[in-house]
Ligand binder design. Structure first.
Ligand SMILES: [Zn+2]
Ligand SMILES: [Zn+2]
Length: 266
């Protein structure tokens, strides 16, 4: 096996999407995302687990490369949810750590895992649809074209470099370890992602079409990474982009350790 080959799966450490996962997510993007109970579960879990949050993006971008609307709606809502917390409770030293942790932690299982879909699930969809659904080409192109909008937000702990950006799971771990004080620096990043997601979501309205920028579109990837962690994104659609970025900034990548401990189960 060629060690330099691109991973075919959303994560090099994980098997590719199963027939059952692609089949389910194909139906999911057709409308079950709009179900109120499903939306409530997605909000409680900050989206889906790492594997399935990437899978949702990969499947939707493979079938609708210019209309990744389901992901955009969900992640715009989740970043607005994060913003409401910042506005109502703040994320500062006066907020008890337990309140910040209660808000930032997931509750309930991943919706897709809970329905029993995983790497071994069978599906009944036509083979062409299954092959298209697990193809990373469109997701990788979207990431490449909008790299400027997501790169600044890649979590240093997930990537194993000294970037001060933290994903939500690593923010939870940081608060558990050091309290809320260290988390204050994340506020502006969360606000920026939320603002760009809002603009991207608005650009799907007819009268706003064409107003989105690379920063707005890239915020979708930043929001997925912030909510669920970046590990699978970095092993999948961002693999080549992040490796070439590290090659141009060797001093940032050296001497740092990847830290996968996030303080919450995946
Ligand atoms: Zn899952
Ligand atoms: Zn992280």
């Amino acid at each position: 096996m060629n060690p330099h080959a691109r991973p075919e799966s959303p994560s090099a450490a994980e098997p590719p999407l199963s027939d059952g996962e692609v089949d389910f997510l194909w139906w999911f993007i057709q409308g079950s995302l709009m179900d109120a109970d499903v939306r409530a579960r997605l909000h409680a879990h900050w989206g889906l687990c790492r594997r399935h949050s990437l899978a949702f993006f990969v499947v939707e971008s493979s079938f609708r490369p210019h209309l990744i609307h389901g992901c955009t709606i969900l992640y715009s809502e989740l970043m607005q949810r994060a913003m409401r917390f910042l506005n109502d409770e703040g994320l500062h030293s006066l907020v008890p750590d337990r309140l910040a942790l209660h808000f930032l932690r997931t509750s309930g299982p991943c919706h897709v895992c809970d329905l029993g879909y995983g790497p071994a699930s069978a599906g009944n969809a036509p083979p062409e649809r299954l092959a298209q659904g697990r193809d990373l080409t469109n997701a990788t192109r979207f990431a490449s074209e909008n790299w400027a909008g997501c790169q600044p937000f890649i979590c240093g702990r997930c990537a194993g470099n000294d970037s001060p950006s933290l994903c939500r799971p690593h923010l939870v771990a940081a608060i558990e370890r050091d309290g809320s004080k260290g988390a204050v620096a994340q506020r502006e990043r969360i606000r920026t992602i939320a603002a760009h997601m809002h603009r991207f979501d608005n650009s799907f309205r007819w009268e706003q079409r064409g107003t989105d920028t690379a920063e707005d579109r890239g915020a979708l990837i930043a929001a997925i990474g912030w909510c669920s962690g970046w590990e699978n994104l970095l092993a999948g659609p961002l693999h080549d982009l992040s490796n070439s970025a590290m090659r141009t900034q060797p001093e940032r990548a050296s001497g740092t350790q990847r830290d996968d401990s996030t303080g919450e189960p995946e």
